[in-house]
Design a protein around this ligand. Structure first.
Ligand code: NAP
Length: 294
């Protein structure tokens, strides 16, 4: 099967690599020059990459990027084959997803929203969880590829419902991490070390996968991006936009967004979202770290 993979960032590069290893014929494209993905052909435009592809997989930053890559100058839409499936693993607006899908369907192709949960490590280990919206037939077509890149998929309903569910998931991730960050900041101020707190947290009902994933990085004060803060901020804005459209109040998330805004202004946007901790530390005049920190 011929696959075009568009977007070779933190997630996309590992996903495209997995597809090549599984034997797919993959053509890749990335906006800026990047190191080659072994075993792939590199195209110079999305239009060239998508030509003849049965599946066009997108993994770019945001809604504007998806629009640009699909429908912009030399976009994938220009060469989309009838019967092709566009699978979008970027986290973008559910409302925009509906519009993009409609345009693609007018071409005789189809659209599956396929955002994912699981971070850089899950992309590397092919243990992503895909959250799908769209037609069952098209999902069936891309199922083998989902199986190569991830460990599980959940079909949430029609087009846009995958993106909607992804926003619901990231609302929780952002709030859980914020709770953890505030708790360990207070802990440090009260003289309770991170090393003594972590086993207590994970033995109790406070435990969570988010903390399990993030704690080792926080402990070492390794804020290199697994999921960049600027992208979580983008997601928080998408969540608040969807909440506003559907008349749901999210007062706690609004405060979390403010923290991300400030952390972004402090220059932490390209760090992992775990770096929001640094803002809390600054306000408290304390630094949280484990014994493993250098
Ligand atoms: P990333 O490392 O920042 O990569 C972003 C990719 O999008 C790069 O290939 C970038 O190209 C491309 N891009 C940005 N703007 C573009 C534009 N206007 N036109 C064309 N390409 C553009 O991000 P990532 O972590 O791989 O995330 C990709 C998507 O997956 C995002 O929607 C993110 O929210 C979602 N996601 C990420 C994670 C995670 O843990 N990292 C987990 C789940 C979901 P350049 O190289 O030229 O900048």
């Amino acid at each position: 099967m011929k696959v075009a993979f568009l977007g070779l960032g933190i997630m996309g590069r590992s996903m495209a690599t997995g597809l090549v290893k599984a034997g797919y014929e993959v053509t890749v494209w990335n906006r800026s020059p990047t190191k080659p993905v072994e075993g792939t052909h590199a195209a110079s435009t999305p239009e060239d990459a998508a030509r003849g592809a049965e599946v066009v997989w997108l993994c770019v930053s945001d809604t504007a990027a998806v629009e640009q890559v699909m429908f912009g100058l030399r976009g994938a839409f220009n060469s989309l084959t009838e019967g092709a499936v566009v699978a979008d693993s970027s986290t973008i607006s559910p409302a925009a997803t509906l519009k993009f899908a409609e345009r693609v369907r007018e071409r005789g192709a189809d659209w599956v929203d396929a955002p994912m949960t699981g971070s850089k490590v899950a992309a590397e280990n092919a243990t992503l969880i895909f959250i799908l919206g769209g037609n069952a037939d098209s999902i069936e077509k891309i199922q083998p590829l989902l199986g190569v890149m991830g460990k599980q998929s959940f079909h949430m309903g029609e087009t846009g419902k995958g993106q909607a569910a992804k926003l619901v998931m990231n609302l929780q991730i952002a709030m859980i991490y914020e709770g953890f960050a505030e708790a360990i900041t207070l802990g440090a101020k009260l003289g309770v070390s991170l090393d003594s707190l972590l086993p207590l947290i994970q033995a109790s009902m406070v435990r969570s996968g988010v903390i399990e994933y993030k704690a080792p990085f926080v402990s070492k004060r390794d804020f290199a991006p697994n999921f960049p803060l600027r992208l979580m901020l983008k997601d928080l804005r998408l969540i608040l936009e969807a909440a506003k459209e559907s008349r749901v109040k999210l007062p706690a998330l609004r405060t979390v967004e403010e923290i991300y805004d400030l952390a972004n202004e402090e220059g932490h946007g390209d760090l992992d979202y775990a770096a929001t901790l640094m803002l809390l530390e600054k306000w408290a005049g304390v630094e949280v770290k484990g014994a493993s920190a250098s």
